[in-house]
Design a protein around this ligand. Structure first.
Ligand SMILES: [Ca+2]
Length: 360
């Protein structure tokens, strides 16, 4: 409409068709249209303070087209998480995005909620206005299945919570696996945990679901502690967000301030940007360095349940029983099933985050 007003509709009509078409083409060519189609994503989340940061990064990045938000229990209960997701999409004025409830508990274990880290309401105790948006009536895993079939080879799944919903979707309809473009998940670690010595929280909260997702047979990128622990949201970035204002800007400032203060009480100069890191990799994969490896999720270890065990060398010894002992007779290659992010350009990631939130 702006183009027509600029040219003047009456003058435009008087031009010969071929001339007007040429003029229109020139004007369209001059518009700042993106040179790429936005990546369609489904954001699966347990909001969650860093989920809030991740969601607002996704909603304010033109590279991404958020097709649905599915809620999983984790940082908070399923009910609290759903309410938080609805309030956040309402704050962002995005009631057009379906928000669906999913699993109510992990597959085989009791839920472990994390108000200790995320505040009583899961959102750093920041009270958002009641949501104008309504919950979608579909069950989260069913919505995932439906959307993947509707846009085959186009949907990227971005789970930033326990992997319960994704596992349920795959178990119900394995035919989605070859139709999903890729999975970019926040979770796991190949260098020790944050829950305990071995496990990262999202994987620890549903190890069986995580093992199903890792062994799914789809392109999968693991954005784990190797990224989040290096990308610290420090006072410097907080100050940058404090200089500008807007409903989203101010909400994220309050959440980030809570997280920066919390990390300070544990002696860290900043808050690890866990969940936003998966969104950032979806936006710009060049932010991270990856190494392909086979990852299994430990489900039985006494000290290691929930550990993502990455095979860095791509092989296992072949042990054959000879009499009363095993003898190593060679090595067998193992195929990678994941791109594991092993390093990140932290400042570029954090600057990207701040630039997308500032003034929004
Ligand atoms: Ca999360």
């Amino acid at each position: 409409m702006k183009i027509l007003r600029f040219v003047g509709v009456s003058r435009f009509r008087r031009l010969k068709p071929s001339v007007s078409a040429l003029l229109l083409m020139c004007l369209l060519a001059a518009l700042p249209l993106p040179a790429f189609a936005a990546k369609k994503i489904i954001f699966d989340t347990d909001p969650g303070s860093d989920d809030a940061l991740a969601l607002m990064l996704a909603l304010n990045s033109p590279e991404l087209d958020v097709r649905a938000i599915t809620v999983v229990p984790g940082n908070v209960t399923a009910a609290v998480g759903l309410e938080n997701a609805l309030r956040m999409v309402s704050l962002a004025n995005r009631c057009d995005i379906p928000v669906a409830a999913g699993a109510q508990h992990p597959l085989f274990q009791k839920l472990i909620t994390a108000e200790f880290w995320h505040g009583k309401n899961g959102l750093a105790n920041v009270e958002l206005a009641p949501s104008k948006c309504k919950v979608d009536s579909r069950f989260g895993p069913d919505l995932i299945i439906q959307l993947v079939h509707a846009s085959p080879h186009e949907i990227t799944l971005v789970p930033v919570g326990p992997l319960t919903n994704i596992a349920l979707a795959v178990e119900k309809d394995p035919s989605i696996v070859p139709l999903v473009k890729e999975v970019i998940l926040m979770g796991g670690s190949i260098s020790g945990g944050n829950v305990n010595a071995a496990a990262e929280a999202n994987i620890y909260n549903d190890p069986e679901a995580a093992q199903i997702v890792f062994q799914g047979g789809w392109p999968l990128t693991m954005v784990g502690l190797e990224v989040g622990d290096k990308a610290l949201f420090t006072q410097k970035y907080l100050d940058q967000l404090g200089q500008t204002h807007g409903p989203i800007n101010d909400f994220i400032y309050a959440v980030a301030k809570y997280l920066v203060n919390l990390s300070g009480t544990f002696g860290s100069p900043g808050a690890p940007m866990y969940d936003p890191s998966a969104v950032a990799v979806a936006i710009d994969p060049t932010l991270v360095k990856v190494q392909e490896m086979h990852v299994d999720v430990e489900t039985r270890g006494e000290f290691t349940r929930g550990e993502t065990v990455g095979n860095r060398h791509g092989m296992v010894e072949r042990n054959v029983l000879r009499g009363d002992r095993y003898v190593i007779e060679g090595v067998d290659k193992v195929s990678p099933n994941a791109k594991v992010c092993v390093d990140v350009d932290a400042d570029r990631f954090l600057q990207l985050f701040v630039s997308r939130i500032r003034g929004k």
